[in-house]
Design a protein around this ligand. Structure first.
Ligand SMILES: [Zn+2]
Length: 258
């Protein structure tokens, strides 16, 4: 079992070669080496220092570097390394998009000891951006689950309903609102299930289980192409294992009828 310790600064000299996540736009290359110039320290994975560094299109890349889209990297490296690659892509993107103060336009600098960039003129702090999103598996008393096909989904895939949390909302309110907006049904109990960092581009997915309460399915036309109640025996195409949606569905499948 891997152990990761997130840190902003290296606690001392490294024991051996560092794990270096080179980020070029949304692509990442995982390699070994020394602490890269201009890199962001990410933390320590199983005793190894981890760094994230931006590689520009004109930078002389390491000839061994193999850049791959973060989604495609999943399954090519061990999961803790993939999660760190996602963290690295997000940190590099944050550093790249917060070089100037959002309030007064002054160039920012790294805030010592914090994962933040600070404006030396007005003091505004900019932390890495995270967009919380809820995702929910809705179950009816007969054991069927409500799965929906988003208009943007490829092929004929059905998944759990999901949406971003709005300012001022609790997570449970966001679940009820999204479900009402997207398929028109009301929920009974809503309970937290688990979460997953989702670096596309900077979400945190918060998974919920919910009981159906009332209402007929009415799909929001510009978002949901189709939504239906599925039994465990008549499952449609579902998302791949990379996502919490799949884990929510697998959990429901494994539980069997209530
Ligand atoms: Zn400022």
């Amino acid at each position: 079992m891997s152990v990761f310790l997130p840190l902003v600064d290296p606690p001392g000299p490294p024991d051996g070669p560092a794990l270096v996540f080179s980020v070029r736009d949304r692509d990442v290359s995982v390699g070994e080496g020394e602490a890269p110039e201009g890199g962001l320290f990410v933390g320590i994975l199983d005793g190894r220092h981890c760094w994230a560094v931006e590689v520009g299109p004109d930078d002389q890349a390491d000839p061994d570097a193999f850049f791959v889209d973060l989604r495609r990297l999943w399954g090519m490296v061990k999961n803790p390394v993939w999660v760190l690659a996602g963290r690295s892509v997000q940190l590099v993107d944050w550093a790249r998009t917060h070089r100037y103060c959002g309030r007064c336009g002054t160039p920012t600098e790294l805030a010592p000891g914090e994962r933040a960039r600070r404006c030396p003129d007005c003091g505004l702090l900019a932390f890495p951006r995270l967009a919380p999103a809820v995702i929910v598996l809705i179950e009816r008393d007969d054991g069927c689950a409500l799965l929906a096909r988003n208009v943007r989904f490829p092929g004929n895939m059905y998944s759990c309903l999901a949406g971003f949390v709005e300012p001022g909302e609790t997570l449970e309110e966001a679940v009820r609102r999204e479900v009402k907006e997207e398929v028109g049904v009301e929920l009974g109990d809503v309970s937290y299930w688990g979460s997953q960092p989702w670096p596309f581009p900077h979400s945190l997915m918060l998974g919920f289980l919910a009981r159906y309460s009332s209402g007929e399915i009415i799909c929001a036309p510009d978002e949901i192409a189709d939504a239906r109640w599925f039994s465990r025996e008549e499952l449609p195409a579902i998302p791949p294992g990379i996502s919490i949606a799949r884990r929510l569905i697998d959990d429901w499948l494994g539980r069997g009828p209530l």
